[in-house]
Design a protein around this ligand. Structure first.
Ligand SMILES: [Zn+2]
Length: 75
């Protein structure tokens, strides 16, 4: 897994090269040194099909339905 970072213009405050954007594998994050704008990898929930694709690669039995999230979890 290799990563890199670069300095880009901030979309929020418009400052030039104030946003440190770094990528490390699937993780992406950025922080603006001028306005404090920041972001990081969005978490998402994939479909049952995609989960089963993943399970197939791990030699696991496919699911018929996805496991329910814990109580109080908000997607
Ligand atoms: Zn900014």
């Amino acid at each position: 897994m290799s990563g890199y970072s670069e300095t880009v213009d901030c979309p929020r405050c418009g400052s030039e090269e104030s946003l440190e954007h770094s990528v490390d594998g699937d993780d992406v994050c950025g922080n603006c040194s001028e306005c404090g704008y920041g972001y990081q990898t969005m978490h998402s929930v994939v479909s049952l099909e995609e989960v089963n694709e993943m399970r197939k690669e791990l030699e696991m039995e496919p699911l018929t339905e996805l496991k329910k999230p814990v109580e109080g979890w908000k997607d």
